[in-house]
Design a protein around this ligand. Structure first.
Ligand code: B12
Ligand code: SF4
Length: 490
């Protein structure tokens, strides 16, 4: 009999109405299956309530050899609760934590008595190492650091069988239709750039990617066997390899593959020698690309230079113009509240957002999110100088305001928590109203009113009496919100 591993995606702090698939554990699960293990994936986000989740878990626990949890910081409260429940049923069953939070804080995570193993970085090889140690009874350290990065073409694609586990009453096609951007496909990890705020440069993630042929073969199979028509390239920098991008686009056209796709890349790629070439961009569109996302980060050139982004403010405007002309949609994400950032620089970002949506009102704006420093980065050390104090244990993280959305019912922002922020007045309000300036999915009348309000407030830098934000906070995660925001890009 094959040994069974349970992989779990915990809940997020705020109820989310976005329908998504737990990409990390679906990849790991597919990898374990390839290596001869039986895998059960349980997504707490896809369970109707706590009791349904607990039932699923207890049904599977009996014959499992271990339980793995994928944890980003906002999932810590739920991850702790799940780990506690597993241990309450069988205190001898090993629990492994992996994902972004344990990767950023391996020692702190390992200090918890509830957690038996911590995987830092890519999980494939470390997980096999742990499973083999469990099988043979060999002792290994509590923290297992990823060392050998496996070539992407050698990794299996997400197994449709595992996706079926998540929502057994839906076909893969139906699940994909419900997702925000389409069926998730990871064609690469990391990125060749080193922006100092980004997790990739903090953990020194090696840039690796699948070949165009490998990607096209998978899409062809998904289309043929499961009628998948929308694909979301999860990569942080899908266009990072120019040659591969060209091979992929040509391959899609030559094979006459018909699917819509969503992806992202840097604003500098829209200069004339790459995506900025009208001929190539039209080809990209012809191959099915509908949405291009990017991290524009700031309207201040000084801030872009400070975080080593390697882009110009002009690149953002150029990208907006080029994408608009091509007829595709773009989304731009921003950051705010970085060390040394001034009120005048906030205004530059808000002005840039206004310029973007004037170029094309169909464009989406994400954030600006408040900057959150990751340990080990240059900016993190800068924040420490201002007196930043980070939670010291998993329990402290679970209680900490850092893990909450900027838009949640209660404002979690305070000068004490973000001592490096120079201009802290109205910060969460700025974040809220700036997002409203872009296109919002959902009811057209409601969103256009909110948009006009957002624009007026941001351009006048007037965030007094933020009634709209308060109301939004109250309905967030509710049924009304689901009705108002049917999240789908295209
Ligand atoms: C795609 C993505 C999303 C997607 C989908 C996430 C999903 N459902 O899986 C969406 C857009 C929904 C999203 C949302 C958010 N995200 Co996000 N997201 C990403 C992104 C770009 C890629 C993640 C990914 O799928 N990678 C591919 C898979 C294969 O990698 P992986 O998950 O890391 O898994 C590998 C290892 O970590 C490890 N591993 C993972 N789990 C486990 C479990 C075990 C047991 C083991 C052994 C190993 C292991 O093995 C895996 C394979 O090698 C990352 C950036 C990054 N560099 O990771 C951010 C990232 C994970 N997101 C982040 C954040 C903050 C968020 C949001 C909170 C943002 C926000 N404020 O709204 C939300 C929260 C989610 C929500 N409430 O809906 C942060 C997390 C930081 C942190 N401190 O934890 C990251 C790192 C981005 C960043 N640089 O800040 N996100
Ligand atoms: S270009 Fe994007 S993914 Fe690459 S290091 Fe910078 S922020 Fe991170």
């Amino acid at each position: 009999m094959r040994s069974k591993v349970i992989l779990i995606n915990p809940r997020f702090t705020e109820e989310v109405t976005l329908f998504n698939l737990p990409i990390g554990i679906l990849h790991l699960g597919s990898w374990l299956m390839k290596n001869g293990y039986e895998v059960k994936v349980i997504d707490a986000l896809h369970s109707k309530n706590q009791s349904e989740f607990s039932m699923k878990l207890s049904q599977e626990l009996d014959d499992a050899i271990c339980v793995g949890l994928s944890v980003i910081s906002t999932q810590i409260p739920s991850a702790l609760m799940i780990t506690g429940s597993v241990k309450a049923v069988n205190r001898n069953i090993p629990v492994i934590w992996g994902g972004a939070h344990p990767t950023l804080y391996p020692e702190q995570t390992a200090a918890s008595e509830l957690v038996d193993f911590v995987v830092a970085g890519e999980g494939e090889q470390p997980l096999l190492k742990i499973l083999s140690a469990l099988g043979s009874g060999t002792k290994i350290g509590k923290i297992v650091q990823s060392e050998d990065s496996i070539k992407m073409d050698e990794l299996p694609w997400i197994s449709p069988e595992l996706v079926g586990d998540i929502s057994p009453d839906m076909t893969l096609k139906k699940i994909t239709e419900k997702t925000m951007y389409g069926f998730p496909i990871l064609t690469g990890m990391g990125c060749p750039y080193h922006c100092t705020f980004c997790m990739n440069s903090v953990i020194d993630q090696k840039y690796k990617r699948r070949s165009a042929t490998n990607i096209l073969d998978n899409i062809q199979a998904l289309a043929k066997n499961y009628a998948i028509e929308r694909i979301w390239f999860v990569d942080e920098n899908f266009f990072g390899d120019k040659r591969r991008a060209k091979e992929f686009v040509d391959g899609t056209l030559n094979r006459e593959l018909k699917f819509k796709w969503f992806s992202g890349g840097r604003t500098t790629y829209f200069r004339d020698n790459y995506l900025g070439s009208e001929e190539f961009l039209n080809k990209v569109k012809e191959s099915g690309c509908q949405v291009m996302g990017t991290g524009a980060e700031s309207g201040s050139q000084r801030i872009l230079d400070m975080v080593c982004k390697g882009t110009k403010v002009w690149d953002t405007i150029n990208m907006a113009e080029k994408v608009s002309k091509s007829g595709m949609i773009a989304n731009f994400s921003f950051m705010i509240g970085l060390p040394t950032e001034t009120k005048a620089e906030y205004k530059m970002t808000l002005k840039l957002i206004d310029q973007i949506v004037k170029i094309d009102p169909r464009f989406y704006i994400f954030g600006p999110q408040i900057y959150r420093p990751y340990p080990g980065s240059v900016l993190y050390n800068e924040c420490l100088k201002y007196g930043m104090k980070k939670p010291e244990t998993l329990e402290e993280w679970a209680d900490s305001p850092y893990i909450h959305f900027e838009f949640s019912k209660k404002s979690h922002f305070s000068k004490e928590l973000y001592p490096w922020v120079l201009y802290d007045k109205d910060l969460t309000e700025i974040v809220f109203y700036a997002t409203l300036m872009g296109k919002q999915p959902g009811n057209k009348i409601v969103t256009s009113i909110l948009r006009a309000i957002g624009r007026w407030r941001c351009l006048n830098f007037n965030f007094r009496f933020p009634i709209e934000k308060k109301v939004y906070g109250l309905i967030r995660g509710s049924f009304i919100e689901i009705l108002l925001r049917r999240w789908k890009f295209v």
